[in-house]
Design a protein around this ligand. Sequence first.
Ligand code: 5GP
Ligand code: ZN
Length: 115
Amino acid sequence: MNSLTTDCIFCKIVKKELPTKIIFENDICVAFNDIKPVSPTHILVIPKVHIKSLWEATDGELLGKLLLAAKEVAKQNNLNEGFRTVINTGDNGGQTVYHLHLHVLGGRFHKWPPG
Ligand code: 5GP
Ligand code: ZN
């Protein structure tokens, strides 16, 4: 589904119904700090349209723009020493909010492989 839904917390953030400081915005996405950060910098980049997960995503231009927005967010937050970009997909991927989002993690070393 490509429109905003009423029962999705990230759609509520896009619609500004949930008070959340937007730290980056462009034509296709918004970014804000994760409520439960796992790194000193932990930012979520989400499309303005509701897409459940990467599994449902079909718009390559949108996906490309989301990645470029993640890079912009990393630059604006001075993550010069590097950062981790994560998309959790589905239950086994650890996805808990079913509105596509990119995690941008920085400010510490991120080991590989993740848990
Ligand atoms: P997932 O586990 O689906 O990949 O990531 C969802 C992320 O959204 C989690 O890191 C969680 O802390 C964050 N989150 C969940 N609800 C809210 C919220 O209401 N506001 C913000 N800023 N982050 C949220
Ligand atoms: Zn949504």
